[in-house]
Design a protein around this ligand. Structure first.
Ligand SMILES: Nc1ncnc2c1ncn2[C@@H]1O[C@H](COP(=O)(O)OP(=O)(O)O)[C@@H](O)[C@H]1O
Ligand SMILES: [Mg+2]
Length: 1582
């Protein structure tokens, strides 16, 4: 990289500042440049649209080291930053712009290094409430938004930590808010020690009140309305607030010093201004009678009050203010009579002003001037003397006194100076008295914080002696300030061990020397003042002579006129008019007047004037000087002021100083109006720019390595990313910054020259831009290549489709062509064929014709041949046949001759045969049998045929009849068929149903049978068992009887008491025996007890069986009948059962006497009644009542019982801890309440109500003492529960008592004791218990809140549970003065655990549900409110990621609430949740703002505004545009007054006590591990 020239920063788009007449500075954007070796020309477009160009030559620029270039704008990261010293380009426009931007966002406070700049909002802001104070308390500066309280807190902590005195210098011009700021700071100190304890703010102590009360007094007497400020302080004030040393730092007093009260205001006010408030207050508020005494009228009656022509201030009620003044005077220890005297003096001053001086050359006052009369009588001075010295003057020369007349205007001056003198003395006296009252014990070692509220630099059109003094003071303060800043810078450099050379800055020492040095302006002034002939004229010539030399750079003689001189102050050059310098400096009254005043009859006046006499310069040495020692030289005002300034400076130097600079942003006092020029002038005047200049000379930007590396690591390649931030930082700066001299590496920090940060920031954003472009490039490539691929694919598929189409088309064409050809061929073939056929046919025809003719010819010849042949044949035949016949006749003759010879031979043979007839006969037989056989066969066959025929006929007839029958039947059937079908189906269904039911019944039956069988078996076994038991029981009974008999016989009956029956109870017997043989008695008792136990077990067993088989209950004797009638009772009633069995054993029915016993409790009353009955049956009544009752009575009356309750049951009780393994039962928890209840019952029963009234409050006190220690939650929870239980028990006893009363009344039994007593006592106890309950509740809640307080912010706000959204801890780069927080790391889990543990504890102690809810809900409310408030004041914290984190944390809390059944408590978290949501919502357009307002409907506009203004945009999250903020601010403006910013932490809902419930049974349970002998006695007898 080439050597960096500042010109390099100027590229297109660079933003720079240009001076503007109206706006101060205006922003311009560069749009063109032409830079050559010679000329430089840069063109910018201003915001207003105008173009502006910067022209210069290179030589010129180099000559001025490029200082002429337009100042550059800071990078957006630094926009609206809360510490100006973090700006990279530190120059006027940057400072102005930043302050303006912040002010437009209603952020009135901004740091500038160590200075807090406070812009007057001219509107009431909700920034000063105790809640805000609490937020700032204990926080490091830089952790929260800039605030007055942060400065105050810093001072306070430094005081405690280092024990070094502190001071806070509040300066600024009139109306800038100094006094208001100083008051807030004082108020902060007044209550800070309370804030420390995180408790609610209690009332301020007396001394703190007195300190605060000084403000109204000093304001009434020292403030006035001016054009600039309705309540302008016309004096300077340094108030030291004194704190006690040691652990508990508290305000113990205060000391006030005042400077330069504006005396001239008493006699003269410019138009629209007023005199001091007190006069108008008196005119408005003094009652008529007193007014008469003072001769007071309306304000307009007095010359001194009317010159400004304004008597009232809009919005201020003088009468009300007067009341406050009076009250404050009283608070400050000024008695009413003294107050009256003060008012008298004031009234007298008004009358003085009204004295008419007439005459032209010699002044005259009429003798009956009523004003003079009034004034003198009020002041108690000699009228004639006084008058004389107004109109005359005495000059003392060495030899004589000469009295001369003076003219009217001189007389007027004399009169006025007397008035001024008296008033200023009165003011000083007031301060003295206040101080006397405020400094109770003047401990020189006490530490203090001083608050200096002093007028800032003044520069008017006409400046006089007052301005001179003020500016002189400011010049001194500025020097101090510069040195301080310089020193701090230097310290840091040294600490960081960086090499640096001392930079020179504009030291204003020469200017101060000019004013206060030897033979300086003040010296010359004093010198001139002492000369009798001293005059302003000669003074100014002396000045010109002495200072009008070229070596004196800070003094200037004006070009025109001889009446003024100019001093070049650090802020601005001021021209002072010399007129009145001498007079104002002298400022005395004549000795004659002084003597006159000293002779006053009014003690106050003489007291006031006495002070003046010694007139030592330093204010603190004024006190207690002898009045007579008159110094030869009267000190002048100038020297007094110089002295007091010197003393102030030495005080300030001995303290650690904090600076607050108040700015007045507009002349018209419009809320949030901003006049840039005015602010600029003040920024210059208050030295902010000056210090910035000092800083700029060194290394103004400084970062810790970690912060730097975190932000700029991306400027180097990733392989250079070292783990050690210092290494990384080094590699970054060496890579980026070429000139070594632009940065320095310290031990923990890196330091930069001004502007380097902006350069780095620019490089960073460039780098990020490059990265973004790279990513975009690749992304785009990816997108386009995939697009290309897609297109290619598409093209191919289009081509394919097209080609396919074309081919198909071609193919179709081809096919058609072929078809046509084929058709043509076929057709042609057809044509050819038919042609051929035709010709063929023709040929054939012709051939045939030809052949026919030919054949015909042949045929004819053939026929002729044939006919010829035939004829031939016939002829030949007939010839042949004639021959044949002849031959045939010859053959036959031959044949006949042969045959005749053969036949003769045959005949001869046959004749031989006929001779064998037998043979013939045999053949005949054979034939005959054959015939018979055949005829028989024929016959049988005929028969067969006959039978068959008959059968056929029969069958035929049968068929006919069947046919007939069928037809008949067929007809009938057709009618009935339908009906039949229906009925049939019905029947079928029924059949099915009955069948199934039958089956079921069958099954049921089987089951029942089985059951029955089983039951029977069971009953049988049971009966068997029962009889066994019965037998056993009888056996035992017998045994017992026997035993009793034994006892009786063995021991006899020594007691005098007659026991009527043998069945006295074992106890009774034992009691009787006890006296004689305790061992035997004890043994017996034990045995009996065991027997009894066996018995009861038996019976209990029986009892449970009773429930199974009712029939068994039908035992015939009376007791069991009773038993069967009683309701089912749980096992807890076993004791009663036991008694009952005893009754059964005794089996001796007796009339029941209930008289001596309390009416049993509602439920189970029967049982207890029976138990009573049984015991009466067992015990001889008289016996019982004497011994037992006596014993109880003794116990009850014994003090030991009380001690036992208080010590063992309450104070030293080992409370059962809630553990996870064993859950204590109710009775294990509530036994204290119940035991106390039992004692109460007994006390009441024994008519010891009075004792109860003593005992219970003591017990309650013990409980209260125990719970107020807050050693453990268990204690509080346990006793809270128990107290409530006790309350219920008391209620039950009360009801029982009432019933008892009623019953007695009904029975007509008159109560011998007054019956109202116990009721009243119980009522009292109940109300006491109510109070105790409340106390425990509130005490506990308070304690819980205290413990929660440290947890809330780390757990809910700072805890980052979502890993993807981690952001850096705040503090960040901004924590230049404070280290980043290393707060305790409570997590949300820990918070939830805390709550869960608490909830579990309460559950384990059976706390009433509603109480548990109230406690948890209240804690959640505190969590919600504290967290919310914290967000509102935390700075650089509200980021999008944080919003997500907080939302998650809150959702965890909500989830906890719902799972613990207190869903309603989540309501208290809603505001917090919405605030977190707000951070995550979009904030770019006006619609977004609408959405935000919709979503965050629980937040008021002021809170939304605050959150949005706190919103801190992380990288690439766009920051909120000022326009949007304006929209929000406008919305917030509507009800700004009523809206509160922070939620009220102390607004806890009242505790509502759950309604008491009756206690079913007062338990007598005493845990085994506790020894309560007395109570045990009572309990065992209850
Ligand atoms: N922090 C503030 N909040 C609201 N109003 C303020 C604040 N500071 C100053 N003002 C307004 O400005 C006026 C002048 O303030 P003041 O302290 O009397 O000025 P100074 O003492 O500097 O002359 C006050 O009366 C008040 O109305
Ligand atoms: Mg003031």
């Amino acid at each position: 990289m080439a050597a960096a020239s500042p010109l390099d920063a100027f590229v297109k788009g660079t933003k720079a500042w240009f001076a503007d007449a109206e706006e101060g500075w205006m922003q311009g954007t560069m749009n063109a440049s032409s830079i050559s070796d010679k000329a430089v020309k840069l063109t910018f477009t201003l915001e207003s649209g105008k173009d502006i160009s910067f022209e210069s030559t290179m030589d010129k620029l180099i000559g001025s080291k490029f200082a002429d270039l337009p100042p550059l704008k800071n990078p957006p990261m630094l926009e609206g930053i809360d510490d100006l010293s973090n700006l990279s380009y530190l120059h006027e426009p940057a400072v102005l712009h930043n302050v303006k931007l912040r002010y437009s966002q209603q952020q009135i406070y901004t740091y500038s290094g160590i200075v807090l700049i406070a812009m007057n909002p001219f509107a009431k802001l909700d920034l000063y409430s105790p809640d805000v104070m609490r937020e700032y308390s204990g926080k490091r500066r830089g952790e929260l938004e800039p605030h007055l309280f942060a400065v105050a807190e810093e001072a306070y902590r430094a005081l405690i930590r280092n024990g070094k005195n502190q001071s806070v210098i509040v300066s600024g011009e009139s109306g800038a808010g100094k006094t208001v700021s100083a008051k807030f700071i004082m108020r902060y100190f007044a209550i800070v020690d309370d804030l420390d304890k995180k408790a609610t703010i209690s009332k301020t102590s007396e001394i703190e009140e007195a300190v605060l009360a000084t403000n109204p007094i000093l304001e009434s007497f020292g403030n006035a309305k001016t054009t600039r400020n309705d309540n302008s302080s016309r004096f300077g004030k340094y108030i030291e607030i004194i704190f006690s040393k040691g652990k508990n730092v508290k305000i113990t007093g205060a000391k006030i010093r005042t400077y330069l009260l504006e005396r001239s205001r008493l006699i003269y006010q410019p138009a629209t201004e007023r005199n001091y408030h007190i006069f108008y207050q008196m005119c408005a508020a003094v009652p008529a009678a007193e007014k008469k005494q003072l001769g007071l009228g309306k304000w307009s009656d007095y010359f001194y009050l009317t010159q400004g022509n304004t008597g009232t201030i809009p919005g201020t009620d003088d009468a009300a203010e007067f009341a406050i003044t009076q009250q404050s005077l009283s608070t400050c220890g000024i008695s009413v009579s003294n107050q009256w005297d003060i008012f008298k003096v004031c009234a007298a001053l008004l009358h003085l002003g009204n004295i008419k001086i007439s005459g032209t050359s010699d002044a005259q006052i009429s003798d009956d001037d009523s004003a003079l009369e009034q004034a003198c009588s009020l002041l108690g001075i000699e009228k004639s003397d006084f008058k004389k010295w107004i109109i005359k003057k005495q000059i003392i020369t060495r030899s004589e006194k000469i009295v001369t007349n003076i003219n009217a205007s001189q007389a007027g001056t004399v009169r006025d100076s007397v008035a001024k003198f008296i008033y200023s003395m009165l003011f000083d006296w007031l301060v003295k008295i206040i101080n006397k009252n405020l400094i109770k014990d003047d401990d020189p070692s006490a530490q203090f914080i001083g608050v200096l509220d002093i007028f800032g630099f003044e520069h008017f059109k006409k400046n006089s002696f007052e301005q001179f003094c003020i500016n002189y003071a400011n010049e001194k303060l500025q020097q101090e300030f510069n040195q301080h800043v310089f020193k701090l810078d230097q310290e840091e450099y040294v600490k960081e061990k960086i090499s640096w050379s001392f930079i020179d800055f504009n030291d204003n020492q020469p200017c101060i020397d000019l004013i206060e040095g030897k033979l300086g302006i003040l010296d010359l002034l004093d010198e001139e003042s002492r000369l009798p002939s001293g005059a302003d004229k000669s003074l100014i010539t002396k000045y010109y002579q002495r200072f009008g030399v070229p070596t004196q750079k800070f003094f200037e003689k004006p070009r025109f006129g001889q009446t003024a001189f100019t001093i070049k102050h650090y802020a601005v050059d001021v021209t002072y008019e010399i007129d009145g310098f001498i007079d104002k400096n002298k400022d005395t009254v004549s000795d004659e007047h002084l003597a006159c005043l000293n002779a006053s009859k009014m003690p106050l006046l003489t007291e006031i004037c006495i002070i003046e006499a010694p007139a030592e310069p330093a204010v603190d040495t004024k006190l207690g000087r002898a009045p007579t020692s008159r110094a030869p030289k009267k000190p002048t005002l100038g020297s007094i002021f110089k002295q007091s300034l010197v003393s102030l400076m030495s005080t300030l130097r001995s303290t650690e100083v904090h600076y607050i600079r108040c700015l007045k942003p507009n002349m018209a006092k419009v809320s949030f109006g901003f006049e840039p020029q005015m602010v600029l002038a003040q920024l210059r005047a208050c030295g902010v720019l000056e210090t910035i200049r000092i800083s700029c000379a060194g290394y103004p930007s400084r970062w810790t390595f970690q912060e730097f590396a975190d932000r700029y690591f991306l400027l180097v390649k990733s392989n250079a990313w070292a783990v050690d931030p210092k290494e990384l930082t080094k590699s970054i700066v060496t890579a980026v910054i070429t000139k070594d001299d632009l940065y320095q590496i310290g031990i923990t920090k890196i330091f930069f020259r001004a502007g380097q940060l902006a350069f780095l920031e620019k490089r960073r954003s460039e780098k990020l831009r490059e990265c973004v472009i790279l990513i975009q490039k690749n992304m785009k490539r990816h997108i386009y290549s995939s697009q290309y691929d897609q297109m290619k694919k598409a093209a191919v598929s289009i081509q394919t489709a097209f080609r396919g189409y074309r081919a198909r088309k071609m193919y179709k064409e081809e096919r058609e062509k072929r078809a046509v050809t084929k058709l043509q061929a076929a057709f042609r073939r057809h044509l050819a064929q038919s042609q051929y056929q035709k010709s063929l046919n023709a040929v054939l025809y012709m051939q045939s014709l030809l052949r026919t003719a030919k054949n015909k010819k042949t045929l004819v010849s053939a026929r002729r041949n044939a006919a010829a042949i035939r004829i031939q044949k016939v002829f030949r035949g007939s010839q042949e046949r004639k021959l044949y016949k002849v031959q045939q006749g010859q053959i036959v003759l031959l044949q006949a001759c042969i045959r005749k010879r053969k036949a003769v031979a045959e005949l001869k043979h046959l004749k031989a045969e006929s001779k064998s007839v037998g043979k013939l006969k045999e053949v005949n037989y054979k034939l005959e049998s054959k015939v018979v056989e055949l005829s028989q066969a024929v016959k049988s066959r005929a028969e067969e045929v006959d039978a068959l025929l008959e059968k056929v006929s029969q069958l035929e007839s049968n068929l006919a009849s069947w046919k007939e029958k069928f037809t008949r039947v067929d007809q009938g059937t057709k009618g009935n068929a339908d009906k039949l079908a229906e009925a049939n189906s019905n029947l079928k269904a029924e059949l099915d149903a009955s069948e199934t039911s039958k089956n079921a019944l069958q099954k049921e039956n089987d089951r029942i049978n089985n059951l029955l069988k089983k039951k029977d078996a069971e009953i049988e076994t049971l009966t068997a068992e029962s009889t066994k038991y019965k037998e056993e029981s009888i056996k035992y009974k017998e045994e017992m009887l026997k035993l009793r008999e034994d006892i009786k016989t063995n021991i006899g009956r020594p007691s005098a008491v007659a026991v009527p029956s043998a069945a006295s109870t074992p106890e009774a017997t034992a009691g009787v025996v006890g006296g004689e043989d305790p061992a035997i008695a004890a043994a017996l008792r034990k045995e009996i007890a065991s027997l009894r136990e066996q018995m009861s077990r038996l019976i209990a067993g029986k009892w449970t069986r009773d429930r199974v088989a009712d029939s068994l209950l039908a035992v015939s004797n009376a007791e069991s009948a009773a038993a069967s009638a009683r309701p089912t009772v749980g096992s807890s009633m076993n004791q009663h059962m036991q008694m009952e069995v005893q009754a059964a054993i005794a089996a001796r029915p007796r009339p029941v006497s209930v008289n001596d016993f309390a009416v049993p409790l509602e439920r189970g009353s029967r049982i207890s009644m029976m138990s009573k009955r049984s015991s009466t049956q067992e015990l001889p009544p008289d016996y019982d009542s004497t011994s037992n009752a006596d014993r109880i009575l003794n116990v009850l009356q014994d003090k030991a019982l009380e001690d036992e309750i208080i010590d063992s049951l309450v104070t030293n009780l080992r409370i059962p801890l809630p553990s996870t393994q064993t859950v204590a039962t109710r009775k294990e928890i509530f036994f204290p309440a119940h035991l106390v209840g039992i004692c109460m019952t007994q006390l009441l029963r024994n008519n010891l109500g009075v004792r109860m009234q003593l005992l219970l409050p003591n017990a309650m006190n013990a409980i209260q003492n125990l719970t107020m220690k807050f050693e453990d939650d268990y204690v509080s929870a346990f006793w809270l529960s128990n107290c409530f239980e006790l309350l219920c028990v008391v209620r039950t006893i009360q009801e029982r008592e009432a019933r008892e009363q009623q019953r007695r009344r009904m029975q007509g039994l008159q109560n011998d004791l007054d019956s109202a007593n116990p009721e009243k006592a119980l009522e009292q106890i109940r109300s006491d218990l109510d109070i105790l309950l409340m106390d425990i509740y509130h005490g506990w809640i308070k304690e819980l809140k205290k413990r929660l307080a440290n947890m809330i912010v780390p757990a809910v706000i700072e805890n980052q549970s979502l890993p993807g959204y981690i952001c850096k801890q705040s503090g960040g780069i901004w924590g230049k003065w404070g280290k980043s927080a290393t707060s305790s790391q409570f997590t949300i889990e820990q918070l939830l655990n805390f709550l869960s543990k608490l909830s579990k504890t309460m559950r384990c102690y059976y706390m009433e549900d509603s109480m548990t809810r109230q406690i948890l809900t209240e804690l959640l409310r505190v969590i919600g409110v504290s967290a919310f408030n914290h967000i509102l004041v935390r700075k650089n914290f509200c980021t999008w990621k944080r919003g997500v984190q907080i939302q998650y944390n809150v959702s965890r809390l909500e989830e906890w609430c719902t799972t613990h059944g207190i869903a309603e408590a989540t309501l208290h978290l809603q505001q917090l949740l919405q605030a977190a949501k707000l951070l995550t919502l979009n904030k770019t357009s006006p619609q977004d703002i609408e959405t935000i307002f919709d979503v965050c409907f629980l937040l008021n506009p002021t809170q939304i505004k605050k959150l949005l203004s706190l919103y801190y945009a992380a990288d690439f999250d766009s920051p909120l545009s000022p326009e949007l903020l304006k929209i929000v601010a406008n919305r917030a403006m509507l009800n700004e007054k009523s809206d509160t910013l922070l939620l009220d932490l102390d607004l806890a809902p009242d505790f509502t006590k759950p309604s008491t419930r009756p206690v079913e049974y007062i338990d007598r349970f005493i845990p085994a591990w506790i020894s309560l002998p007395n109570i045990a006695i009572i309990a065992s007898n209850n």
